[in-house]
Design a protein around this ligand. Structure first.
Ligand code: NAD
Length: 262
């Protein structure tokens, strides 16, 4: 008797991943969209920056010859997100992957956090991720196959990070809890849910490149001796979206160069 390596859930050859927050030029999302397209995924680039989303989608379609769609949507807006997922469902190959990458930081010390600042961060990082995950998971459940990856942060695990303080860390810790719960609840629909938790990655999330001073401070805490790159994160996300990763669910991959070892 030969044992099939995976249950016969149909992981389609032609399949789509939505990557949120994939429009920023030096960001983790854009790098992830590229990695996925290189591995044959059709990609929906969803970002609040409409024209940049379309530009990244065109760049991906032109480079890899896969279908790609750029959609301008704010993930904190439920109806915009529902419309976006409906467009993906109607216009691209079967939706299998969702990378919850869109996020904003907040460096405000706890005693100074206003209600507005708290809501600004939670509305995007946590509630926005809830919106798109629920809309996308309904489509995945219809097909009995799906891969969800939440981008958390080392800040959630170690109690604040280089940029993120309480509101940011709370939102990112919430994403870890959400992914673990989805792993239990959605497994019956053939959907896995995992988290990737980056340490300091050289992007523009705080509005520009890392200063040399900041870099040398970070390097002191990094056993691998260098700052993380967007590709370090993107390739782990692509790995978690593979068919072969179907036995991984509810896990957190720390991509932090050893800055936080749990
Ligand atoms: P980035 O600022 O380059 O990219 C974030 C993207 O999200 C941008 O394109 C932005 O337009 C988009 N976005 C923000 N709010 C949105 C909304 N409401 N709706 C739709 N899109 C929205 O940042 P990055 O460093 O590439 O960060 C990507 C993710 O990785 C974030 O969730 C961040 O918290 C997380 N992260 C980053 C680091 C790091 O060191 N850079 C570390 C840990 C975790």
């Amino acid at each position: 008797m030969s044992l099939a390596p995976y249950p016969a859930s149909a992981f389609p050859k032609e399949r789509t991943a939505i990557v949120t927050g994939a429009a920023s030029e030096r960001g983790i999302g854009r790098a992830t969209a590229h990695h996925l397209a290189r591995h044959g995924w059709a990609v929906a680039v969803l970002d609040r920056e409409h024209s940049a989303s379309q530009a990244v989608a065109e760049e991906i379609a032109g480079t890899y010859g896969v279908p790609a769609l750029g959609i301008g949507a704010d993930i904190s807006d439920r109806s915009a997100v529902a419309d976006a997922v409906a467009r993906v469902d109607a216009g691209l190959p079967q939706l299998v992957g969702l990378v919850n990458n869109a996020g904003i930081s907040s460096p405000v010390p706890f005693l100074e956090v206003s209600d507005e600042e708290w809501r600004r961060v939670i509305d995007v990082n946590l509630t926005g991720t809830f919106h798109i995950t629920q809309e996308a998971a309904k489509v995945m459940a219809r097909h009995s196959v799906g891969r969800i990856v939440n981008i958390s942060s080392a800040s959630a695990q170690r109690g604040g990070g280089v940029y993120g303080r309480a509101a940011y860390s709370a939102s990112k810790a919430g994403l870890l809890g959400m992914a673990r719960t989805l792993a239990r609840e959605l497994g019956q629909h053939g959907i896995t849910a995992n988290s990737v938790s980056p340490g300091s990655i050289d992007t523009d999330i705080m509005g520009g490149r890392l200063s040399d001073d900041r870099k040398s401070m970070l390097l002191q805490e990094l056993p691998v001796g260098r700052i993380g790159t967007v590709d370090d994160v993107a390739h782990v996300i692509e790995f978690l979206l593979r068919e072969e990763s179907g036995y991984l669910t509810g896990v957190t991959y720390d991509v932090n160069g050893g800055s936080h070892i749990a």
